[in-house]
Write a protein that binds this ligand. Structure first.
Ligand code: COA
Length: 265
């Protein structure tokens, strides 16, 4: 696991099987510049390969922001070609995050605007601090969400609500985010990471790793196809769990009235 220095734009730490990925530019509201994007991609790739990590929490450093989106100061000096390249890279990173074969929780600790909300949208489950504000504000900058926001927001909150939010660039507070399904939990700021860790630990300690990977795959991929095809995907995903040692262990543990000890195989 990478040892991150405190000045790195992305920090990666690990507590047991739960990794904490922190956007670390608090003086810039954790805005994403090219260096941050490179570091985020490297961290996500590392997490992908690390079988010891069973769940990931993505958050922002400091108390004000989760992520204020793309670094607009850097953007101002970019050529159109560089902007296109940046967008390609951030699209790829959000997709990598979305497809990571383990649960990713967003702990939205403050402002999440533009790309910040898009990063949260590519996570599996979102927890927001009570004071968090979220929004796809790109249209107020005469651009559109470019890291999956036009696609992932309507899938989460519905087409009409997504259009209202994207067309106006309005920011929603945490209770509204919860009410419209943009986040799953709202918790006091001082308990945000604790609650995220508790949820991650609950997943890690009670479930089979192969099952979680396959459930995530079936849900993510299945929602993009018709029901019949989705059910075929589910059957295929189930099939992967059948020959596993963990499945046999669960049945043994049930018979022996003890907690199963899963190996991820
Ligand atoms: N890119 C680069 N720097 C940013 C940034 C961004 N997206 N968002 C905030 N910052 C910087 C500010 O420029 C400021 O640094 P400075 O004092 O050196 O200029 C620092 O972070 C603190 O921000 P500040 O604006 O002073 O704090 P605030 O609480 O008054 O407002 C925001 C915070 C996030 C509401 C405001 O900075 C903002 O609207 N940022 C742009 C967000 C955005 O539109 N993101 C979508 C991008 S697609």
């Amino acid at each position: 696991m990478t040892i991150s220095t405190s000045s790195a734009p992305v920090l990666l730490s690990r507590e047991g099987a739960v990794a904490l990925l922190t956007l670390n530019r608090p003086e810039r509201m954790n805005a994403v510049d090219r260096a941050t994007l490179r570091a985020l991609r490297a961290a996500v790739e590392e997490l992908w390969d690390d079988a010891g990590v069973r769940a990931v929490i993505l958050t922002g450093a400091g108390e004000k922001a989760f992520c204020a989106g793309a670094d607009l100061k850097e953007r101002a000096g970019m050529t159109p070609g560089e902007v296109r390249r940046f967008l390609k890279d951030i699209r790829e990173v959000t997709s990598q995050l979305e497809n990571l074969p383990k649960p990713v929780l967003a702990a939205v600790n403050g402002l999440a605007l533009g790309g910040g909300t898009e990063l949260a949208l590519s996570c599996d489950i979102r927890l927001a601090a009570e004071g968090a504000l979220m929004g796809l504000t790109e249209t107020t900058l005469a651009i559109i969400p470019g890291a999956g926001g036009t696609q992932r927001l309507p899938r989460l909150v519905g087409k009409g609500r997504a259009k209202e939010l994207i067309f106006t660039g309005r920011r929603v507070d945490a209770p509204e985010a919860r009410a419209i399904g943009l986040v799953e939990f709202v918790v006091p700021a001082e308990r945000l990471l604790e609650e995220a860790r508790a949820l991650a630990t609950r997943i890690v300690e009670n479930t089979g790793p192969v099952a979680i990977t396959q459930a995530k795959f079936a849900i993510n991929r299945g929602l993009e196809v018709d029901l019949e095809s989705g059910l075929v995907l589910e059957a295929k995903a189930y099939e992967v769990t059948i020959p596993t040692w963990d499945r046999q262990e669960a049945l043994r543990a049930f018979g022996e009235k003890r907690k199963p000890q899963f190996r991820g195989e």
